[in-house]
Write a protein that binds this ligand. Structure first.
Ligand SMILES: NC(=O)c1ccc[n+]([C@@H]2O[C@H](COP(=O)([O-])OP(=O)(O)OC[C@H]3O[C@@H](n4cnc5c(N)ncnc54)[C@H](OP(=O)(O)O)[C@@H]3O)[C@@H](O)[C@H]2O)c1
Length: 318
C-alpha cells in the first residue's frame, strides 16, 4: 500500500510515517522543504514531492499520482484547514484516490454549529463542501486534544506559567468536566490502523473516535504536581453564563480575524457545556496499550524544549 502523507515533516506527520514504514507500508511525503525531512525519524520513504505552497497544483497532482491513500496532516492554520485541505482533496479526487484521511484529530464536530467555534469552522466547511460535491467519503478522526498542548497556553484552562505556580482557569463546573486527550504516538498508531481496516480501504469513509485518556482539569493539575512537585492553582473565574458573555464580547470586539486571542476561552466554553464529549470510542488494535497521563508527563519532562518549540510553531501558524 502506497500512502501519501502531506505535512510529513510535522509533529504528527513524522510519527505517522514512522509507524507506517515500520509496518511495511510505502510512504510518499509532501512538503515544502526536503531539508526538513529526517528519514531517521520517518523511516525510508518511497519518495518525497516538494511543493512551493499548498496551492502548487502540479506538485499536488504529482504527489497523489498512483497512491492508494492520502493523509492530510498539514499544520492546523485556518488557511490550510480549509483551502489547503480542499486543494489536496481535489487532487486526490482527480487521481481517483478513494481513501482520504482528512485533517481532523481533534474534538467531535457533531455538537457544534458553524460560527460557534472559529477554529473548527474550517473543518465544518470542508466536511460540508465535500459531502455536497464529491462521491469520495473522507475518514475523520476524533481524538480530543493533543497531549502536547495540555501543559501549554493552548491547553484546557490556558495553562499559565507567568506567576509563581502554574495556573488553570475555569468557569462554572468546568473543573470537573472530563477532557479527552491523546498522545501523538497513540494517534499515529490508530491512524495507520484505520488504513488497514476493510471499510476504510473500500472507501466507505466515516468518523472514528479514540482517546488515550480523559481527565478533569483537577486531574490534569494533580498529575503535574505528582510529576514535578509543583503546585498548580485552579482559579474559578465565574459562572458558565459569565464565560458565555466573555466569549461573546471578545468575539464582537476583536472580530473573527483575531479568534486566536480568545480561542482558549471559546474552547473552555465548549468543554464546560459538554460539547466535546465523546460517548462512543472505536478501539483498534493499537488502542490496547494506551499512554497514561503519568507516562506522558514522564516523557514530556524529558522533551520539554521540543514540545515548547512545537507549541510556538503552532502559535506562529495562525
Ligand atoms: N487535537 C489537537 O489538540 C491538535 C493539535 C494540533 C494539531 N492537530 C491536528 O493534527 C494534524 C497535524 O498537525 P501538526 O500539529 O502535526 O502540524 P505541524 O507540525 O504544525 O505541521 C505539519 C506540516 O504542515 C506543513 N505546512 C505548514 N504550513 C504550510 C503551508 N503553508 N503549505 C504547505 N504545507 C505547510 C509543514 O511542512 P513543510 O514545512 O515541510 O512544508 C509542517 O511540517 C492537523 O490535522 C491538526 O488539525 C490537532
Amino acid at each position: 500500500m502506497l500512502v501519501l502523507i502531506a505535512g510529513i515533516t510535522g509533529n504528527l506527520g513524522t510519527r505517522l510515517a514512522k509507524v507506517a514504514t515500520s509496518r511495511g507500508l510505502q510512504i510518499r511525503g509532501l512538503g515544502r522543504d526536503p531539508a526538513k525531512l529526517d528519514e531517521k525519524k520517518t523511516g525510508k520513504l518511497e519518495s518525497f514531492v516538494t511543493c512551493k505552497t499548498h496551492y502548487d497544483t502540479p506538485a499536488l497532482d504529482k504527489a497523489v499520482s498512483g497512491v492508494d491513500a492520502v493523509i492530510c496532516a498539514y499544520s492546523p492554520s485556518a488557511v490550510l484547514d480549509l483551502e489547503g485541505h480542499l486543494l489536496l482533496f481535489r487532487a486526490a479526487e482527480r487521481a481517483g484516490v478513494t481513501v482520504f484521511l482528512a485533517s481532523s484529530w481533534g474534538h467531535p464536530l457533531d455538537k457544534i454549529v458553524f460560527g460557534e467555534y472559529e477554529h473548527y469552522d474550517t473543518h465544518l466547511a470542508f466536511k460540508q463542501q465535500v459531502a455536497m460535491t464529491s462521491s469520495v467519503k473522507p475518514v475523520f478522526m476524533n481524538v480530543g486534544g493533543f497531549a502536547d498542548l495540555l501543559y501549554g497556553p493552548f491547553g484546557p484552562g490556558g495553562w499559565n506559567t507567568t506567576g509563581p505556580n502554574p495556573t488553570i482557569e475555569y468557569w462554572g463546573e468546568g473543573n470537573t468536566r472530563k477532557i479527552h486527550w491523546s498522545a501523538l504516538d497513540d494517534v499515529a498508531e490508530w491512524t495507520i490502523d484505520l488504513l488497514q481496516i476493510r471499510d476504510v480501504q473500500e472507501g466507505k469513509g466515516g468518523t472514528y473516535q479514540m482517546q488515550s485518556g480523559a481527565a478533569t482539569l483537577e486531574e490534569i493539575a494533580a498529575a503535574w504536581t505528582k510529576a514535578t512537585g509543583e503546585k498548580v492553582d485552579l482559579i474559578k473565574r465565574g459562572s458558565l453564563e459569565d464565560l458565555e458573555s466573555l466569549v461573546y464580547t471578545e468575539r464582537k470586539e476583536k472580530g473573527v480575524g483575531r479568534y486566536i486571542e480568545y480561542l482558549v476561552n471559546a474552547t473552555s466554553l465548549l468543554h464546560t457545556r459538554g460539547a466535546f464529549v465523546m460517548t462512543e470510542l472505536n478501539l483498534t488494535e493499537s488502542s490496547k496499550s494506551l499512554t497514561t497521563l503519568d507516562q506522558y508527563l514522564t516523557e514530556l519532562l524529558k522533551n520539554r524544549a521540543a514540545v515548547e518549540e512545537y507549541i510556538k510553531s503552532l502559535q506562529s501558524a495562525h
